[in-house]
Design a protein around this ligand. Structure first.
Ligand SMILES: NC(=O)c1ccc[n+]([C@@H]2O[C@H](COP(=O)([O-])OP(=O)(O)OC[C@H]3O[C@@H](n4cnc5c(N)ncnc54)[C@H](O)[C@@H]3O)[C@@H](O)[C@H]2O)c1
Length: 371
């Protein structure tokens, strides 16, 4: 018991007696190589440095010109509210993306025999992704707040399929269902409806969501709660409902959450802090649920689109041409994406082509987030 203590005392005694010659020898060398007189005085500026300081934190704000921060700041005066239901523009199914072809491709990309639910599928990106799944062989249930638009889009997908596949006997089943994804009751009712009509669900794509531009200080709290309710709660609630269904069937499945590049970067110049935070939540929800549900064979991934030219973004940019210039100037490929650019990404993550991919975030943003 006393041994370690004795050893420590002995070691201290040896240290106290040891000569420090080695340090004394080195000191003069240091003094010769870096004499104090060579070190510039701490606050004495060289003439050219004084000019450069205007570009550093040593300069006063505005010292190097009124362009400072111009491409890296949000502007409080930009305000875009999500339109009322009646003012939202309709979307059409895209043409020329389906039909028979004789190009060789991996069978694992096929969605034949699968039933997929697409929330927010009545319009925009959701509708195009629903079309990608239909074209790849799935039956699809479109879920949306706008019942009429969802019904019109479901019929539009069937009509487009028939036009592009004349004489086909296997016309996919595409149905429309009302749901407010931010309400647990509405989510459960719509899923029960879908299971009644299709018999099962294998896939989910959560595209219901929206953005608004307000500076954080002025954003009305009720609007912010609605934004988080649809983007975050809505994604979570539908994912949980579908996962419960898959687990009860002891069946594997795939969930694709639509996030945004805004979950990884801060867009400029339009202010949208709550939306950015909501999409960061969606991205991390995908990773977290991927881990939680891996045991059940349920894969959960995220797609983070960049600026995509939907009917709605087109309307916003038509009213603000300067905004379009600023956005495209920040995209390395120099162009906004088309909704069709998500068709391959959603099919890959939904199908067996990505069987070992889960918890991933697939950015479809023209390299915006690389810079
Ligand atoms: N368009 C883009 O540039 C872009 C970029 C990145 C991410 N996103 C994301 O993609 C998703 C789709 O965006 P979009 O541009 O296609 O928008 P959109 O407005 O064209 O379509 C969204 C659809 O969601 C539906 N919806 C809204 N609230 C709902 C609710 N509570 N319950 C059910 N349905 C509801 C709307 O009725 C609409 O049909 C959103 O999550 C959006 O944040 C869009």
């Amino acid at each position: 018991m006393f041994r370690p203590q004795l050893l420590r005392q002995a070691a201290r005694a040896v240290q106290a007696q040891a000569p420090r010659a080695s340090f004394r020898v080195r000191q003069p060398i240091v003094a010769y190589t870096r004499p104090f007189s060579y070190t510039p005085a701490r606050f004495e500026k060289e003439p050219e440095r004084e000019d450069l300081d205007a570009f550093t934190t040593a300069g006063e704000p505005g010292e190097s010109g009124d362009h400072e921060g111009q491409y890296a700041r949000t502007q409080e005066n930009i305000r875009v509210e999500y339109p009322e239901e009646d003012d939202l523009p309709s979307s059409q199914p895209v043409q020329g993306r389906g039909g028979f072809h004789f190009k060789r491709t991996l069978a694992a990309f096929s969605m034949e025999g699968k039933v997929a639910v697409v929330t927010g599928g009545a319009r925009g990106l959701g509708l195009v992704m629903a079309q990608a799944l239909v074209t790849s062989g799935a039956d699809v249930a479109i879920v949306d707040m706008n019942r009429d638009e969802a019904q019109k889009s479901a019929q539009g997908l069937i009509d487009t399929f028939r036009e592009e596949n004349p004489g086909s006997e296997n016309v996919p089943k595409v149905t429309a269902h009302f749901c407010d994804v931010s309400s647990p009751t509405s989510v459960n009712q719509s899923l029960a409806d879908i299971i009644k009509e299709h018999g099962k669900v294998d896939n989910l794509v959560t595209s219901a969501g929206f953005t608004e531009n307000y500076d954080a200080i002025s954003y009305p709290h009720d609007r912010m709660q609605k934004l988080w309710g649809v983007n975050v709660d809505g994604t979570y609630l539908y994912a949980v409902a579908v996962a419960k269904h898959l687990m009860s069937r002891e069946s594997p499945g795939s969930i694709v959450m639509i996030g945004s590049m805004s979950g990884a970067i801060v867009n400029v110049p339009q202010p949208q802090a709550p939306y950015n935070a909501a999409k960061a939540a969606v991205r991390h929800l995908a990773s977290s649920l991927a881990v939680e549900w891996a045991h059940a064979g349920i894969r959960v991934n995220c797609i983070s689109p960049g600026y995509m030219l939907t009917a709605l973004t087109k309307k916003i940019l038509d009213d603000n041409p300067e905004l379009q210039k600023q956005w495209t100037s920040l995209i390395p490929v120099g162009k906004m994406g088309r909704p069709e650019d998500l068709m391959g990404a959603v099919t890959f993550l939904s199908s067996d082509a990505s069987l070992y991919v889960t918890g991933a975030d697939l950015r479809v943003d023209g390299a915006y987030t690389c810079t």
